[in-house]
Design a protein around this ligand. Structure first.
Ligand code: 86X
Ligand code: MG
Length: 485
């Protein structure tokens, strides 16, 4: 395989496409907007699932699996739920040569698939809370620029759908799930995110309120929604007649939530950490954390070197470090270094004749390129420490870069300047829908309009007299604004 040819600073879109393909995470497919997830990508997906699934089970959520297909009349159940989404619904209209009697939609999300059965299963308050999740794919036939992991016509996600007797229970779960999403990004993918609430304009129209974790890509100056946790209120309970008899014998409607993260998480990680050598994997999601490479010298004892590599891998694997070795003779050490750097392996171990003599190995970090010689007797402890340090360094570096992009503004002029400087804008806002709509209209351009990303749950104080940057009205919230994916 050729090396990287595009630099991250020169052409981000082409760089990104090259990284995901050359790191062997993605293979492009002959249907636009569809991508093959190769093992490295799938193993990251599985690692995140291995964290998230037990966590939601601890919260009493059970996995189920609902059909991929939904009938037209059920999908159309509620106009405002699918308002504007209709063009992206994919339909099955034939089987073999014959047309289907009634066209069948492929789920773009599963509210309308699930909620008729929630109505059937929920009768009394003893049937509550009902808390289901499914790990599945969904299809949205979008036409705006398809991007591997970030925007694809089919993607993997988990979608949680829960129903409670009281709003308080729903409100609490929304935030518990949001904290899990923060952990997926910050503890596993080493990507800093902001927990916040979506504006009335940006929220899920079918719900009561939407919370999200928002990431930011400094290179493009664009925000990206990382995951979302909605409180649906009783909107869907009304639509689908999901009510129950409470303990006083009265009929009440349930309070619902729905929440999701998707394979988009992987793309955000690539964008944030990748560099001009290719992918950079945080150790916690790296299927191989350490690659051991023999450095044979012309007359050196290659057998002894190979044996040392094998015992090094064995020792690391015994200590639950995911290590592998590359002893292929038809590739030079140099070729292997750039190959495994391209694949994002966090740590490389080189073992040559000099290392053998001194009973040491050379460790090379993928994040900083730093090299350190370590006595073989201290191998495991040093490798474990360095892997932790790489995980932390990736997060801290990403956080510093993200924070350096944050610009606090107070006026419209400061806002537009910051926007054109690709900043993540933090502004006092009157929280009025028309003002956001107006700001969007005024910032329309070939880079896309500015929009609210979220109002952080952790709100700074609004000092007396602070006015909205756009309308001049009294400010109600500090809100992050920017262009987004
Ligand atoms: O974001 C989540 C968490 C997990 C469950 N779903 C919600 C809302 C999804 C919004 N949404 C998003 N996209 C959609 C696309 C569509 F074609 C149709 Cl018909 C509906 C929707 C739609 O409702
Ligand atoms: Mg969409």
């Amino acid at each position: 395989k050729l090396g990287m040819t595009v630099k991250k600073d020169d052409n981000f879109g082409e760089w990104y496409s090259e990284v995901v393909v050359h790191s062997e995470m993605i293979e492009y497919y002959d249907i636009s907007g569809c991508y093959i997830l190769r093992p490295q990508a799938m193993s990251i997906w599985e690692t995140l699932q291995a964290f998230f699934d037990p966590e939601i089970k601890k919260m009493g959520i059970k996995n189920a699996y609902f059909p991929l297909f939904v009938t037209e009349n059920v999908l159309q159940k509620e106009k405002d739920h699918i308002e504007g989404f209709a063009p992206e619904v994919a339909w099955v209209t034939k089987s073999g040569k014959s047309d289907l009697e009634v066209p069948i939609a492929i789920r773009p999300t599963s509210e309308t698939v699930m909620y008729p059965y929630f109505a059937k299963w929920i009768r009394g308050h003893r049937d509550l809370p009902l808390k289901l999740n499914q790990w599945c794919n969904v299809v949205r036939w979008e036409f705006s620029n398809p991007t591997p992991f970030i925007r694809s016509r089919e993607f993997l996600w988990q979608e949680g759908h829960t129903a409670f007797a009281t709003k308080e229970e729903a409100d609490q779960e929304v935030l518990e799930i949001l904290e899990l999403y923060r952990r997926v990004y910050e503890e596993y993918l080493a990507v800093p995110v902001i927990k916040g609430r979506k504006s009335e304009l940006e929220k899920f129209a079918g719900g009561l309120y939407t919370t999200s974790v928002e990431a930011f890509i400094p290179h493009t100056g664009r925000g990206i929604q990382g995951a979302t946790s909605h409180c649906l209120g009783q909107n869907f309970a009304k639509m689908f007649q999901i009510n129950f008899e409470d303990d006083k014998g009265e009929k009440g409607m349930v309070w619902q939530n729905s929440w999701a993260y998707s394979s988009r998480t992987i793309g955000v990680m690539v964008m944030v950490h990748g560099d001009d050598k290719g992918l950079v994997l945080p150790p916690k999601v790296a299927s191989v954390q350490v690659m051991v490479i023999p450095v044979p010298y012309k007359d050196a004892d290659t057998t002894a070197i190979k044996a040392a590599c094998e015992s090094t891998v064995k020792e690391l694997n015994t200590a639950a470090v995911r290590a592998d070795l590359d002893t292929r003779e038809n590739y030079s050490p140099g070729w292997k270094y750039s190959h495994w750097e391209m694949k994002g392996i966090p740590l490389r171990i080189e073992i040559g004749p000099r290392d053998l003599e001194k009973s040491q190995v050379r460790l090379v970090r993928r994040d900083t390129g730093a090299k350190v010689d370590v006595p073989m007797t201290e191998l495991v402890e040093k490798v474990q420490k360095i892997l932790l340090s790489i995980q932390e360094n990736l997060f801290n570096t990403a956080k510093e870069k993200r924070d350096a992009c944050i610009e606090k503004v107070h006026t419209w002029d400061e806002f537009t300047t910051a926007l054109n400087n690709k900043k993540l804008i933090f502004a006092p806002w009157c929280d009025e829908k028309e003002v956001e709509e107006d700001a969007k209209a005024r910032t329309k351009g070939d880079h896309g309009a500015a929009k609210t990303l979220c109002s952080p749950l952790d709100q700074p104080e609004i000092t007396e007299g602070t006015v909205c940057f756009a309308s001049g009205k009294p400010a109600k919230k500090w809100t992050y604004w920017g262009r987004s994916y």
